[in-house]
Design a protein around this ligand. Structure first.
Ligand SMILES: *[C@@H]1O[C@H](CO)[C@@H](O)[C@H](O)[C@H]1NC(C)=O
Ligand SMILES: *[C@@H]1O[C@H](CO)[C@@H](O)[C@H](O)[C@H]1NC(C)=O
Ligand SMILES: *[C@@H]1O[C@H](CO)[C@@H](O)[C@H](O)[C@H]1NC(C)=O
Ligand SMILES: *[C@@H]1O[C@H](CO)[C@@H](O)[C@H](O)[C@H]1NC(C)=O
Ligand SMILES: *[C@@H]1O[C@H](CO)[C@@H](O)[C@H](O)[C@H]1NC(C)=O
Length: 405
């Protein structure tokens, strides 16, 4: 197993943080390294303005819009490429209360004390060579590729990768480092938790990332993930469907594979079975919404026949009777798209699926919810979507009945 250098005690982190904050106060001019931010005092202002902002920073330390150089390195062979990168990292690994206290302590320091801290920090930087994300990923990947690794260590390595693949640059590195093959291999593991984590990583790395989508599809993981959706473990199903959705969203090649693997039957089975976990059903109907939207935008390709399949359509319409407002909303989005497809037959939706009645019942239910303070706004939003669907439906029905036979 590779060496594991990052295990930082909280007290140590606190010290690092206060040193870094001191550094940021003393040397504002060279603290803003990157981008268009041309305001020399912005780093200072940014890092101890309000507790709320600090909490925001903390909540999503690895968010995709992090500037790549803010988090450790890209091309260096380890270590932070800048103090700012280190500061970002430390903030991402602290809790908000500590962060606030550190910044308050630092604000009380005199200029000479601040200078002293700055020098201490420079020394510390010299001693400390933090590993880069790529190195951390490589360690996790090597561990996963080791068949004698314990289940516990395997799980830990996967959890590390799960965090590491979140920034888009890291996700793009995964294949190059041999990580995609190794993670896809884990989809066959005997332990369902291992399989679940592997699916989660694949989903996270492919989300809004055409490069990784393509790589995963080429490695043939979609069919495997679709089988996993049928797992008896709800948590495993959910992560598998998350990965399937992330792989094929806005990806025509992925969608073709999905349809070829009878993906719509998979969706129909989930949508029509009310004993299936609501989270899975929501994900399924969101996917229907995404797929139909792609179909609407893709004017060249012929409509797929199952979007006019009565049973399939009814399984979506029936979701409108759910008592879960979120699920109802997602169903409305899907129906709105379905109604606009050329293959959609309004009479089927009216007579076989009972869309008219479903819209009316939903209207009554939403009227009641709109009288409840806590859900009022949400109910109003859903109702305006409902009205929109009703309008499209009636206008299509009108056209239909005018057509002479
Ligand atoms: C594989 O893991 C075992 C147990 O953790 C370890 O002893 C061994 O050195 C590892 N092999 C490699 C090639 O890293
Ligand atoms: C930053 O400000 C300087 C002068 O104050 C200006 O010359 C430079 O173009 C600015 N840079 C950006 C990125 O706005
Ligand atoms: C710089 O900061 C000042 C005052 O804090 C603000 O008014 C100004 O808009 C900022 N400029 C930039 C380019 O962010
Ligand atoms: C996994 O280990 C095998 C040898 O056991 C090696 O051939 C392969 O390159 C390794 N894969 C990765 C991604 O490290
Ligand atoms: C509905 O889902 C439950 C729970 O997953 C399952 O046991 C049952 O067989 C399903 N029913 C049908 C008709 O597929």
């Amino acid at each position: 197993m590779g060496q594991r250098p990052v295990s930082i005690a909280p007290s140590w982190l606190f010290l690092l943080l206060s040193l870094l904050l001191a550094w940021a106060m003393v040397s504002p001019a060279d603290s803003v390294r990157s981008g268009n931010n041309n305001n020399s005092s912005s780093t200072g202002a940014l890092y101890w303005s309000t507790a709320k902002e600090e909490a925001d920073l903390l909540r999503n330390p690895h968010a995709r819009d992090d500037s790549p150089e803010a988090v450790a390195n890209d091309d260096s062979d380890g270590g932070f490429s800048s103090l700012e990168g280190m500061l970002q990292w430390a903030i991402g690994h602290s809790d908000p209360a500590k962060l606030k206290k550190a910044s308050e302590d630092v604000k009380r320091l005199s200029p000479s004390e601040l200078k002293k801290r700055q020098i201490e920090l420079k020394d510390l930087m010299e001693k400390l060579r933090m590993p880069s994300d790529a190195q951390l990923m490589q360690i996790a990947i090597d561990d996963l590729n080791n068949s004698s690794l314990s289940l516990e260590d395997r799980e830990r390595a996967l959890k590390e990768l799960l965090i590491l693949v979140e920034p888009i640059d890291n996700a793009n590195d995964l294949k190059k480092l041999g990580g995609l093959d190794v993670v896809i291999q884990e989809l066959n593991h005997g332990d369902q938790d291992i399989r679940r984590l592997a699916a989660w990583i694949i989903g996270k790395a492919s989300q809004n990332n055409a490069v990784v989508q393509k790589q995963v599809l080429e490695l043939g993981a979609l069919a495997k993930l679709m089988k996993m959706v049928k797992s008896s473990s709800t948590e495993e199903s959910i992560k598998a469907l998350y990965a399937v959705s992330a792989l094929i969203r806005n990806n025509p090649a992925g969608q073709e594979l999905f349809y070829a693997e009878a993906g719509y039957m998979m969706l129909q089975d989930i949508l029509s079975n009310s004993s299936i976990d609501i989270r899975l059903r929501r994900k399924a109907v969101i996917l229907v919404g995404d797929l139909t939207e792609c179909q609407l935008e893709n004017v060249v390709k012929a409509d797929l026949p199952f979007f006019s399949n009565q049973i399939f359509l009814k399984s979506v319409v029936d979701l409108m009777a759910s008592d879960d407002l979120d699920l109802q909303e997602k169903a409305l989005v899907a129906i709105k798209n379905l109604l606009q497809l050329r293959v959609a037959e309004p009479l089927v939706l009216k007579d076989f699926c009972g869309l008219g009645g479903a819209l009316e019942r939903m209207s009554l239910q939403l009227q009641k919810l709109m009288a409840e303070e806590d859900v009022k706004d949400y109910a109003m939003d859903v109702d305006s979507l409902r009205s929109e669907v009703e309008q499209i439906f009636h206008s299509k029905l009108g056209k239909e009945t005018q057509v002479p036979t």
